[in-house]
Design a protein around this ligand. Structure first.
Ligand code: B12
Length: 242
């Protein structure tokens, strides 16, 4: 299907990397005009429009999953690229996140009511000493939308809190976030704490946050590293099926 939404087409001009552009075009070519309209409303942070269009789409028979994937996540994919490439900044990301939340408010109750069993349970938290939670919260929103049960431990989370939460909720996946170079090593300390408790084999640990790299994740013995919220969902799906 051709991409017909003028706004979306205009937004694509911001994507400089040809292979990334091709990937985004492929995502949008699978979507119909209404989903493209939702995506564009999300990119421009129009929460009222996302709210209204999501509700109308559901009333008109679109599935919650279609709206989530073809509308909300497709929009967020462009927001993520624009933020990374310094085309937009934190306030714009927060405004788009608010629009995403407006759509998710209609989607989440449907996903949680459906008979489809949850894809998995994830414990998420920002590590000790670190109060940044905007990125973590975006990841959580997307994970919930993708059918995961997520227990959010918040910010400044100590090793023992991750361990207690895994045991309490019988979770197999942990996601840790860090935004400071000084708190990144605390992710490694959480992994060591799981080793000390003899629980390391029981859990899959993914890490992320702006200063974190694949190399750093490998060095500290994490199972996976993700650069954005879309990666986070992909990784969680892979880890859940392990
Ligand atoms: C907003 C912000 C704040 C806010 C945080 C508000 C909040 N509720 O989060 C406030 C004002 C509180 C703050 C405080 C501080 N901040 Co600050 N902050 C930022 C800022 C501007 C944006 C971070 C952000 O939200 N990005 C947007 C989100 C969407 O991106 P993200 O977090 O990277 O998340 C994405 C990915 O990384 C990934 N991801 C994230 N987590 C995870 C987890 C998993 C498992 C996976 C797979 C993926 C994943 O997915 C997310 C979505 O795509 C950055 C600069 C910048 N432009 O990045 C500085 C920045 C991170 N802060 C910095 C500093 C120094 C501080 C302070 C120490 C300042 C001070 N002197 O007080 C304090 C520290 C407080 C503390 N103890 O944590 C520095 C860090 C420098 C460094 N090298 O460590 C930065 C880089 C600014 C700078 N250039 O100096 N900060």
């Amino acid at each position: 299907m051709p991409i017909v939404n003028e706004g979306v087409l205009e937004e694509m001009k911001h994507i400089a990397n040809p292979s990334e552009l091709k990937h985004i075009q492929e995502i949008y070519e699978k979507t119909d005009p209404l989903m493209q309209e939702i995506a564009y409303a999300l990119i421009t942070g129009n929460d009222k429009k996302v709210d209204e269009l999501t509700k109308n789409s559901l009333d008109n028979g679109y599935s919650a999953n279609t709206i989530m994937d073809d509308g909300l996540i497709a929009g967020m994919a462009i927001v993520g690229i624009k933020f990374r490439d310094n085309i937009i900044f934190v306030p714009e990301v927060l405004i788009s996140a608010r629009a995403m939340k407006a759509g998710m408010a209609h989607i989440e109750p449907i996903l949680s009511e459906s008979d489809i069993p949850p894809v998995g349970t994830v414990i998420m938290g920002t590590v000790k000493g670190d109060l940044h939670d905007i990125g973590k919260n975006l990841c959580i929103m997307m994970l919930r939308g993708a059918g995961f049960i997520v227990h959010d431990l918040g910010v400044d989370v100590k090793d023992i809190e991750f361990i207690d939460a895994v045991q309490e909720h019988n979770a197999k996946i942990i996601g840790m976030s860090a935004l400071l170079t000084t708190t990144m090593p605390n992710m490694g300390r959480v992994i060591e704490a799981f080793e000390d408790e003899g629980l390391r084999e029981e859990v899959n640990i993914m890490v992320g946050g702006a200063p974190v790299t694949q190399e750093f994740a490998d060095d500290m013995g994490a199972d996976a590293y993700g650069k954005d919220a879309i990666d986070c969902v992909e990784l969680a799906k892979q880890l859940a099926s392990k």
